[in-house]
Design a protein around this ligand. Structure first.
Ligand code: DGY
Length: 317
């Protein structure tokens, strides 16, 4: 029987597809695995289900001599050295589609939270500051008629665009490829990054993290944004230079920011933690019962197919 390692103690039943088919070792709840310890665990395994926080780099792969498949429990797979896996003939899979709606819904929620200052208002009230209705108390912005720039018009970016269009926003997008379906469904126009930075009222990031997109949004790009624009990121943290973002906000530029992902998770730039116009959530884009259970099922299916020598449904390398 193939031996596999799972780097997280998933809730009861989520990995039931594996029962009786593979010999499973699961990281226990209170166990912290360093990269070296993870490599040690993978040494004699045929397969693994890993999380986006597990860094599977060359050093880990070098030691995992028997490994045939890494089933990543995420759609993004920037935590894995794909080239190295390819060189070694190790299959890598991900869990797309089932989390698209959940992540898009969180993105829309974050947009409203930041443009309508919902968390600030909640805090204001909890602090006992509400002394009566005032015409100019906690004013925000409306989504309707705003120009929203979608950076990355793939699966999640397109669904976000569709939801925002339905709510009355105008859509522009930045992507390497033209997305004709999106253009048809939302009257979106494809624009250059610079144009979007200079003109959008709200910018939402849905690009994968690659060498090209790392710090795509840095000091220069932030300085091009409109003074009251909003920046939302539910993709990957390192697409934004977090220190530059904190500095930009410190100068009073930008209407606000909503981030679900961070450059050095679980660490967060401490300046961002203290700012009123910054809404932060702990990487919960796909955190619905439906999406996370479905991701587990897909991760199991990908793993089992690869171990059987079949083409897994969601192979990325
Ligand atoms: C992913 O899948 O890549 C998300 O960031 C977590 O669901």
């Amino acid at each position: 029987m193939d031996k596999i390692f799972v780097t997280y103690p998933f809730p009861e039943g989520w990995l039931s597809l594996l029962e009786g088919k593979v010999k499973i070792e699961i990281k226990s709840e209170d166990e912290f695995l360093s990269r070296e310890e993870l490599a040690e665990k993978l040494k004699d395994k045929d397969g693994a289900i890993v999380l986006l926080g597990d860094i599977i780099d060359k050093g880990v792969l070098e030691k995992a001599r028997k490994l045939k498949v890494i089933s990543n429990y995420a759609v993004g797979y920037d935590n894995i050295d794909i080239e190295e896996a390819r060189k070694r003939g190790i299959i890598v899979t991900n869990t797309p589609d089932v989390l698209t709606n959940a992540t898009a819904e969180l993105t829309v929620s974050l947009i409203f939270a930041v443009i309508r200052r919902i968390l600030e208002s909640n805090e204001f009230l909890h602090q006992g500051n509400f002394t009566g209705w005032e015409p100019d108390l906690l004013l925000g912005y409306e989504l309707k008629d705003s120009l929203v720039g979608i950076l990355g018009a793939g699966r999640i970016g397109s669904v976000v665009a569709g939801k925002l269009y339905a709510l009355g926003a105008k859509i522009v997008y930045y992507d390497a490829s033209k997305n004709e379906d999106l253009e048809k469904e939302t009257k979106a126009e494809k624009e250059g990054l610079k144009w979007i930075l200079q003109n959008a009222d709200i910018i939402s990031i849905h690009l994968p993290l690659t060498q090209k997109t790392h710090h795509l949004i840095d000091e220069k790009e932030l300085s091009m944004m409109k003074d009251n624009a909003f920046l939302i990121n539910t993709g990957r943290g390192a697409i934004i230079n977090e220190a530059s973002l904190a500095e930009t906000l410190r100068t009073g530029k930008l209407g606000g920011v909503a981030l679900d992902v961070f450059e050095n998770e679980p660490g967060i730039n401490t300046h961002l933690l203290r700012m009123e116009n910054v809404v932060l959530t702990p990487h919960i884009g796909s955190a619905t019962y439906k999406a996370r259970k479905a991701m587990a099922e897909i991760a199991c299916r990908n793993l089992l197919a690869a171990l059987k020598g079949e083409e897994p449904p969601n192979r990325v390398a």
